[in-house]
Write a protein that binds this ligand. Structure first.
Ligand code: GLN
Length: 319
């Protein structure tokens, strides 16, 4: 086993869990009513190792929408289907140093990276327009959900239609980003703007739980092979690229500090989810809806910081 004393390890995780539970800082996202109504008390932690050992504590089966946690996943599919050269012809690899939905492109007039809204909208356009272009939007939705499910070891994902509709209604900024990119001819030819935006909102509105996301994280930790099914869902080159950009860009404007303090690739979402990867060891998902001023889950960030205090999981701990 990769973690030989898994029970002892789980006990330590449990201690960190309770420590973080007493943290009541932050506020739930409020830009749409469906998220504003979320109970801020939810707190779940799930772990899945690359050899399939699992440990879960708290609200690990309560559904929440992926939101920005879908961004590394859609990026992974695009890389796997199109290759790095095609994807990065359209989107950069640089942290933007600005808010995740800031109206800004890089000096090549490309979105800075796939982990912020502009980049993720662009990745959705690539998936829709260049990957199996004959598929309708309905088929592409199923195709993508099926990929997500295989990353999760075959678990069924849900779709939250109320959140999807609400996201689409309250999306002035995302439309602005979309149009700004269209103005600068960022999309591949033949992109349907409306379908691309809808597809982005749909990816944000796919519904999972802590337990399920930890398996997705574990598949990434395991180089693209799901530890539960042994299926090769993604190639290792794609996973390497995804983890690199999660490391530098996955935590909004806290990404640099997170890379410094925690030293692990991670991606957060406004839902309060946090997908964390310890390469070759395990995937972790934490979920707590209260967000700090930068948009990361307060308890999630605290959990990661406590975790690397206790274990040498930081990328540069083993020097
Ligand atoms: N649906 C959100 C948006 O596009 C997702 C952003 C996020 O999770 N940070 O604004």
């Amino acid at each position: 086993f990769i973690i030989p004393e898994f029970e002892t390890f789980s006990k330590e995780i449990e201690e960190i869990y309770w420590k973080c539970k007493s943290n009541t800082e932050g506020k739930v996202a409020s830009y749409i009513p469906q998220l504003a109504r979320t109970n801020p008390d939810y707190w779940g932690v799930s772990i899945c190792t690359v050899d399939g050992q699992r440990f879960s504590l708290g609200d690990v089966n309560v559904p929440f929408t992926l939101q920005s946690c879908s961004k590394p996943l859609t990026y992974a599919i695009a890389l796997d289907q199109l290759g790095e050269d095609v994807v990065h012809h359209y989107v950069g690899q640089e942290p933007s140093g600005r808010n995740f939905n800031e109206l800004i492109l890089d000096y090549n007039k490309k979105p800075h990276n796939p982990m912020i809204n502009a980049g993720a909208i662009l990745v959705c356009a690539l998936l829709k327009t260049l990957v199996k272009p004959e598929m309708t939007l309905a088929e592409k939705f199923d195709f993508t959900m099926n990929y997500f499910e295989r990353l999760a070891g075959g678990e069924d994902l849900g779709f939250n239609n109320a959140i999807f509709l609400s996201e689409r209604e309250a999306a002035d900024r995302n439309y602005a980003l979309g149009f700004y990119m269209r103005e600068h001819k960022c999309y591949p030819e033949k992109t349907s703007f409306r379908e691309c935006m809808d597809f982005y909102f749909q990816c944000c509105s796919m519904e999972t739980s802590c337990d399920i996301v930890s398996v997705m994280a574990a598949t990434l930790a395991n180089g693209g092979i799901c530890p539960l099914t042994e299926e090769k869902v993604l190639g290792p080159e794609s996973v390497r690229n995804v983890l690199s950009l999660m490391h530098s860009c996955g935590m909004y404007d806290y990404s640099g500090q997170f890379a410094f303090k925690v030293g692990l690739p991670a991606k957060s979402g406004v839902c309060g989810g946090l997908l964390v990867v310890i390469p070759n060891v395990m995937g972790i998902c934490t979920w707590s809806p209260s967000l700090d001023a930068l948009g990361n889950s307060c308890r999630g960030v605290q959990f990661c910081e406590e975790l690397v205090k206790k274990f040498n999981f930081h990328r540069y701990d083993n020097l």
